[in-house]
Design a protein around this ligand. Structure first.
Ligand code: TYD
Length: 139
């Protein structure tokens, strides 16, 4: 699939008590959710990720704290900062990603359209470059 990285703004259902955000398959998420995981308690100066996926679609949300998501695909090399529970970052397909600068209170929720599958990972950067160049040439 084509690589894609995009911010999405969620509708906040707020009232005098506070805020609520509801995410539903295909309404405000472009895929069916099969898995959800979260990353929290990340130690200081730790970066995670350093991989791409072949097909997986994911939606990342910093429900607490802040985190930077560095993404690399085609000619794009860009850092997307997540700093609000009402903002999501869609990452689809072969995008090299690094999660870094986790705040101490950071809780990063990830929704995905597939189960955990090591075969969908590209963990070698050189392999990622090679695979994607091949892919774009054939596209
Ligand atoms: P890892 O790929 O290192 O996480 P990150 O991309 O955040 O750096 O995953 C850490 C471990 O957790 C690794 O052994 C795989 C396992 N894992 C699961 O079992 N299920 C999952 O959904 C995920 C994301 C990871």
């Amino acid at each position: 699939i084509e690589p894609r990285v995009e911010f999405v703004n969620f509708n906040i259902i707020g009232d005098e008590r506070g805020s609520l955000i509801s995410l539903e398959n295909s309404h405000n998420i472009g895929f069916d959710i099969k898995r959800m995981y979260y990353i929290y308690g990340t130690q200081k100066n730790i970066s995670r990720g350093f991989h791409a996926h072949k097909k997986l679609k994911q939606l990342l949300i910093a429900v607490s704290g802040t985190v930077d998501i560095y993404c690399e695909y085609q000619n794009v090399k860009q850092t997307f900062s997540l700093n609000s529970p009402s903002i999501g970052l869609i990452i689809e397909g072969p995008v090299w990603r690094i999660m870094q600068n986790f705040s101490e209170d950071s809780v990063l929720i990830v929704l995905a359209d597939g189960f955990y599958d090591e075969n969908d990972y590209i963990r070698e950067y050189d392999h990622f470059l090679c695979e994607t160049q091949k892919g774009y040439k054939n596209a």
